[in-house]
Write a protein of this length. Structure first.
Length: 119
């Protein structure tokens, strides 16, 4: 099992920045990739960005490229999401997730952290 705990959410004004963290514990050696998802009120949960745990290769939703940066620190078993130039439409609960190499779906999820961007 892998446990994931997000932190770093909060209230920020439009144009501001936040950095989310996701600390992994447990059988972290089994992690192949991690990702950030977000879910706005009344909407589906959507992927934001992914990162390969060993190589560090990243992928982003096109609409967020240039504003959001995903990264990880293997020594700390922690993944990050740096969010800049935030907009009110970025308001959502942000979740981190991890999957094993043998999985096509994400196996483990954090509890989510609220990000609210005021106009």
């Amino acid at each position: 099992q892998v446990q994931l705990v997000e932190s770093g959410g909060g209230l920020v004004q439009a144009g501001g920045s936040l950095r989310l963290s996701c600390a992994a514990s447990g059988r972290t050696f089994s992690i192949y990739a991690m990702a950030w998802f977000r879910q706005a009120p009344g909407k589906e949960r959507n992927i934001v960005a992914t990162i390969n745990w060993s190589s560090g290769n990243t992928n982003y939703v096109d609409s967020l490229k240039g504003r959001f940066t995903i990264s990880r620190d293997n020594a700390k078993n922690t993944m990050y999401l740096q969010m800049n130039s935030l907009k009110p439409e970025d308001t959502a609960v942000y979740y981190c997730a991890a999957r094993k190499g043998s999985s096509r779906m994400y196996d483990y999820w954090g509890q989510g952290t609220q990000v609210t961007v005021s106009s």
